[in-house]
Design a protein around this ligand. Structure first.
Ligand SMILES: Cc1ncc(COP(=O)(O)O)c(C=O)c1O
Length: 395
């Protein structure tokens, strides 16, 4: 599509970024091949020297993967993007590409469990110091911007407690220092938030979630305005560490993206109704959902988000056993890790996605043992509310 700047995101999502006049296929074919042949050695040399963008080997590039990367760059308002085999491959490769021994990286204290474990164990092994602070507090950030800090990394909303970080504020506080801001935008998708427009240098996603949307792919993607950075990330980290996306999964992601806007609106509409219902129920406390009247970061919602997403956290007014009874009594919500699928999912982070956090430290990381996380799907809202109501009746 050559009018990226003219079309609105719904149109960009619905169409291919470019059509192939050779096959005129409305849905692009899957280039299910590991390697690509050349007609002569000169062609090989030019491809290896990046004088042409000819395909060489699928671990470096592939037509279906390239289509996905092009589309992600457009909708996430960047200039280039690289796909990965998983969100964690995207996260680990990005951090390794930006950091060296003796560097420091500042993380928001609440993070997806495996990201936290990667920072605490793998980065440490390579002499990189991870500092976990409360990035919702500007003073804490100011105190921790020291000369060895090379990266500030956060999720906004954070998984699972939905704390929001003001991206523009972080950018302002860094000033001219050479520190990269990396934002995990998984919870909102490019439809509801574009961190690169707010001052982030790099945005990444677990594409397993809303970008796929159908719970049938594990994938990751990184987008930036800096074309050279993405080139280096792709050819010095993705290809060398080997976390390549499969062409079939790229194709499924392209299919998922076509309905991202429709799904996100449906997820959000359901989530709003469910959050309102939960916040009025006497057996429920601490309902957290952006936009709810008592949500502490509504000023940031207004400033940087185009929608409030579909993740809700809550606690049952009772014991952890009551929380377990509640989630086991739900019929439509499946007990599962992951989020962003068509189907509604439920989990207790301290027992599942965030098991890597030391139980004694949970509170320090903004989590509670009894917290329940709901990923609201696109079923009928009343059916979901009735399911929750029936499960609450059982405790
Ligand atoms: C916010 C966030 N980032 C990253 C990941 C990791 O992604 P993946 O499971 O695709 O490796 C997850 C997974 O749940 C997540 O929730």
């Amino acid at each position: 599509m050559d009018k990226d700047n003219l079309y609105k995101i719904e149109t960009l999502l619905s169409h291919n970024t470019r059509d192939d006049e050779n096959d005129r296929a409305l849905t692009p074919p899957i280039a299910q091949t590991s390697t690509f042949y050349f007609n002569n050695v000169d062609q090989v040399k030019k491809a290896f020297n990046f004088e042409t963008d000819d395909y060489v080997y699928t671990r470096g590039n592939n037509p279906t993967i390239r289509l996905f990367e092009e589309k992600m760059a457009v909708i996430e308002k960047g200039n280039a993007s690289v796909a990965f085999a998983s969100g964690m491959a995207a996260i680990s490769s990005t951090l390794l590409s930006l950091l060296e021994p003796n560097d420091k990286v500042v993380f928001h204290r609440t993070l997806y469990g495996s990201t936290h474990t990667f920072a605490k164990t793998v980065l440490k092994k390579y002499g990189i110091e991870s500092i976990f602070i409360n990035l919702t507090d500007s003073d804490e950030l100011k105190k921790n911007i020291t000369k060895d800090v090379k990266v500030i990394y956060f999720e906004t909303p954070a998984n699972p407690n939905l704390e929001l970080i003001d991206i523009q504020k972080v950018k302002e506080l860094i000033g001219e220092k050479n520190i990269k801001i990396v934002v995990d935008n998984t919870f909102l998708s490019p439809y509801f938030q574009n961190p690169l427009e707010l001052g982030a240098d790099i945005v990444l996603h677990s594409a397993t979630k809303y970008i796929s949307g159908h719970g049938d792919v594990v994938a990751g993607v990184v987008v930036s305005k800096d074309v050279d950075y993405i080139h280096g990330l792709k050819f010095s980290y993705m290809t060398e560490l080997g976390g390549v996306l499969s062409p079939f999964n790229a194709w499924l992601l392209l299919r998922g993206l076509k309905t991202l806007h429709v799904r996100m609106k449906a997820h959000e509409s359901n989530a709003r109704q469910i959050a309102e219902f939960l916040s009025k129920h006497k057996k429920v406390k601490n309902v957290v959902y952006p936009g709810l009247e008592n949500f502490p970061y509504n000023d940031i919602v207004e400033k940087q988000m185009k929608g409030t997403g579909a993740i809700i956290t809550l606690e049952i007014d009772g014991t952890k056993q009551d929380a377990i009874r509640f989630i086991e009594s739900l019929k439509l919500f499946k007990i599962a890790v992951s989020l962003g699928d068509i189907e509604s999912l439920v989990e207790i982070p301290s027992e599942m996605t965030h098991l890597g956090y030391d139980k004694n430290e949970l509170e320090d990381f903004g989590l509670s043992e009894k917290m329940i996380r709901l990923s609201i799907g696109i079923e009928n809202a009343k059916d979901l509310i009735d399911d929750i109501n029936d499960a609450l009746d059982k405790i």
